[in-house]
Write a protein that binds this ligand. Structure first.
Ligand code: LLP
Length: 435
């Protein structure tokens, strides 16, 4: 993409900054984010809605990468924010994000989390189940405070990477089933509530989706129901939130659509469905995570040890692994990589890139073509911006890497590297004998 290139020194450059110098300055592993690309993606989503003339909100799904600087960037780009836990909400509030533009998700929000959201003056709660509705209602009554909400429904569609499967009765832990009366019961409960103002309906059909058909089908099924509800209860939502899940390019095998295309197809279908039923066009909200930040992130690693299994495989190991990117181990996710210090050198061997964790499954990339690689080399793994840092962990007590933002030839550290001291910060010494 635009801001990744090879500079005059023959090094990989991101956002006008030499990755070799970044590694020298901040150490490795290091997450590098190309801020211009995040802005470009955010603007493409927003601009498409603007052109189509529908009211909208583009909410950044902060689970993809939550850190104060990232939340500030989302705010600067005029995005709304989706949070799914007290921790994500806390981060957003600490970043000074406008609370009225925060949407609170989750299938098991605790009483404390709901209280925190209500006290902060949350923009809306995405209500997931009856347990939550009851708790929310009670809390609002206790506090004498009203709240806006969306009802999360499961329309009975499961979207997969290259196709979608229609499931009559969707088997999912999330949301109210649209087809079996659950969603309607929730609607009735909320409509009769004096405390919860129903803004509309939400659904999220899946992640890393490469087609628009699943979204179109979701719109059809939801508009069918809304039409029924309108006739029965005189209720029609102000907002229809279609979630996130727009696919990105991890490797050459992935063929995502341009982000704008998903929006165009969704808006077209909503307008068509509304028009044919003489219903108003609701405000349309989306919640992209991966498609905003995924391709903007690159992880830099130093190459260390090497092992050859004669006639079978060459392994090179890097100084991170499943502790900073669990996706290959967890989902068999695929990534591409180059040597950041000499990306144009001819590939002469095929190596498999291992992490440093004590686990055979800690392999980042299998069978990667590279130049003959040694311990002076720096490996850049692309497309690690979503669900990399946010799913990082301290397995083997490996400190989490820092995050640096780059843009226009400048770099800024936005998350510090964890220290060994950080790792034991919450540990308490055993008092012997136990009291
Ligand atoms: N909205 C809702 C309600 C969601 O559940 C999700 C993702 C999103 C939006 C954002 O989806 P995105 O645009 O990022 O695909 N850890 C997994 C992904 C889990 C996604 C969970 N929900 C991974 O690394 O692939």
């Amino acid at each position: 993409n635009g801001s990744v290139k090879v500079n005059g020194k023959g090094h990989l450059e991101i956002g006008g900054v030499d990755t070799v110098s970044l590694a020298a300055r901040y150490g490795t592993p290091l997450y590098v984010y190309d801020v211009a690309l995040i802005r470009q993606r955010a603007r493409a989503f927003k601009e498409t809605f603007r052109k189509l003339g529908v009211k909208s909100q583009v909410a950044y799904a902060s689970k993809a990468f939550s850190a104060i600087a990232m939340i500030q960037l989302a705010d600067e780009e005029g995005l709304s924010l989706d949070v799914v836990s007290g921790g994500e909400l806390y981060t957003a509030l600490a970043a000074g994000f406008p609370v009225e533009h925060i949407h609170f998700h989750g299938n098991n929000k605790s009483r404390e989390e709901l209280e925190m959201a209500l006290d902060a003056g949350i923009g809306c709660i995405v209500a997931d189940n009856f347990y939550e509705l009851d708790m929310l209602e009670n809390l609002c009554a206790e506090k004498g405070r009203k709240v806006s909400a969306l009802l999360r429904v499961t329309p009975g569609i499961e979207a997969h990477t290259h196709d979608y499967i229609l499931t009559g009765q969707e088997d999912s832990k999330f949301g109210f089933d649209l087809q079996n009366g659950q969603a309607e019961a929730a609607l009735k409960q909320v409509l009769s509530s004096g405390w919860i103002k129903l803004l509309g309906v939400h659904c999220h059909i899946g992640s890393q989706i490469f087609e628009t058909a699943g979204f179109v089908l979701a719109v059809q099924k939801i508009m069918d129901k809304l039409d029924e509800w309108h006739a029965r209860y005189g209720y029609f939502p102000e907002v229809l939130n279609l979630g996130g899940g727009f696919g990105i390019r991890y490797t050459e095998e992935d063929h995502p659509l341009p982000p704008a295309y998903y929006v165009e197809e969704i808006v077209k279908e909503v307008k068509k469905q509304a028009g044919s039923r003489r219903l108003p066009v609701p405000e349309i909200w989306i919640e992209p995570g991966r498609s905003l930040v995924g391709e903007a992130g690159t992880t830099l690693y130093s190459v260390g040890s090497r092992k050859e299994v004669p006639h079978v495989r060459k392994y090179i190991a890097v100084d991170g692994g499943m502790s900073d990117n669990i996706r290959p181990a967890l989902y068999d996710a695929k990534y591409e990589a180059v040597l950041a210090n000499r990306p144009l050198d001819k590939c002469e061997e095929t190596v498999s890139v291992a992490g440093k964790c004590c686990e055979s499954g800690d392999m980042l990339i299998w069978d990667l073509p590279l130049p003959k690689t040694g311990s002076d080399d720096l490996l850049a793994v692309f497309c690690t911006g979503a669900y990399g840092y946010s799913m990082a962990n301290n397995y083997n007590r490996i400190p989490r890497p820092p995050v640096v933002f780059v843009e226009n030839g400048k770099d800024e550290l936005v998350v510090k590297r964890e220290t060994y001291e950080d790792l034991i910060r919450n540990d308490l010494r055993l008092r012997v004998p136990l009291s």
